[in-house]
Design a protein around this ligand. Structure first.
Ligand code: PDD
Length: 287
């Protein structure tokens, strides 16, 4: 089946889906993005991602490209045209195309909008989660506004490749205080040696994950206490469980960190349960 992308008002074959060479996303990483999980053809955590998109655009003073309703329609249509039942839908908005110059382009330059969608085999993802994955760590070398979901992901790309080069799945980044900030494309969590569930607070220079936010609701309902407090790599290595969250990954158990086994080296019961609850909730509330 051939894939289709939405590019600036048109649905085009994926292999001919292009933006201009002077698109500011291409030249300056001057743009933002969102990724929704798709459950059974519908988007999970819909409002959370949409609200964060608008916040990212506003923080960077990029014009809102179209109404929320129209954008929703484009996202749904892209999922439909690609016949995605389970997978993700990706949206990118940049400051548009203009002659290369650092300051913002002339007022009225339309933002560029790109949407793609791809299938992810849920059985494969579940099998990965059933085994758990390896995590490695690296210094966090990113800029000071990681709360904005920009396409400026070079440090994240290098971190993820750092993991791949070591046969690991994800890389957790570590700040100057020795505390884990987040994963290269995920939020990081542990159940520490005292049994306390912990994840970094969003005052730190991290992305406020939508999966994280939904999990916070689930934790409240389940009566599971959470401490939003950073942890060191050593604390994570001594933890009973470790896992990370993101659209597409949901809740993914980590079974080693920098080669040190976590717990008994198998996905822990809490991470496993939270994954089930998250998928249940995501499927129930998807739009
Ligand atoms: N990444 N932290 C970072 C740095 C991320 O890039 C992401 C998401 C998250 C988790 O956010 P959410 O739960 O809203 O997906 C945390 C997406 C999936 C990506 O870059 O593909």
């Amino acid at each position: 089946m051939s894939r289709v992308a939405y590019v600036n008002g048109q649905y085009v074959p994926h292999n001919r889906a292009t933006v201009h060479v002077e698109d500011r996303g291409f030249q300056f990483a001057d743009g933002v993005y969102e990724v929704w999980s798709v459950f059974d053809g519908r988007m999970a955590d819909f409002d959370g991602h949409m609200t964060r998109l608008h916040r990212s655009l506003s923080e960077l003073r990029i014009d809102i490209p179209m109404s929320r309703e129209s954008l929703t329609q484009v996202l749904k249509e892209t999922i439909r045209r690609n016949r995605v039942r389970n997978g993700i839908v990706y949206l990118q908005v940049t400051r548009g195309t203009a002659r290369r110059d650092h300051p913002f382009p002339p007022e009225g330059t339309p933002p560029s909008v790109v949407v793609t969608s791809k299938s992810i085999n849920p059985m494969k993802s579940d099998a990965t989660a059933a085994n758990g994955v390896a995590v490695v760590t690296t210094p966090d070398i990113r800029w000071g506004r990681c709360d904005i979901k920009t396409v400026g992901l070079l440090a994240n790309v290098l971190a993820k490749q750092h993991a791949r080069d070591r046969g690991a799945y994800e890389c957790w980044m570590v700040d100057d205080m020795g505390l884990v900030t987040e994963g290269s494309s995920t939020n990081a969590w542990i159940i520490d040696e005292h049994g306390k569930l912990r994840t970094r607070d969003t005052q730190a220079n991290i992305l406020k994950g939508c999966t994280r936010t939904t999990l916070l609701d689930i934790l409240k309902e389940e009566g599971i206490e959470l401490e939003e407090r950073g942890f060191t790599v050593e604390e994570a290595q001594r933890a009973k469980e470790a896992f990370f969250t993101a659209a597409g990954a949901f809740v993914m158990p980590a079974v080693s960190i920098d080669g040190v086994k976590i717990g008994n080296g198998k996905p822990g019961p809490v991470a496993t349960r939270l994954r089930e609850l998250y998928i249940e909730r995501g499927t129930r509330d998807a739009v």
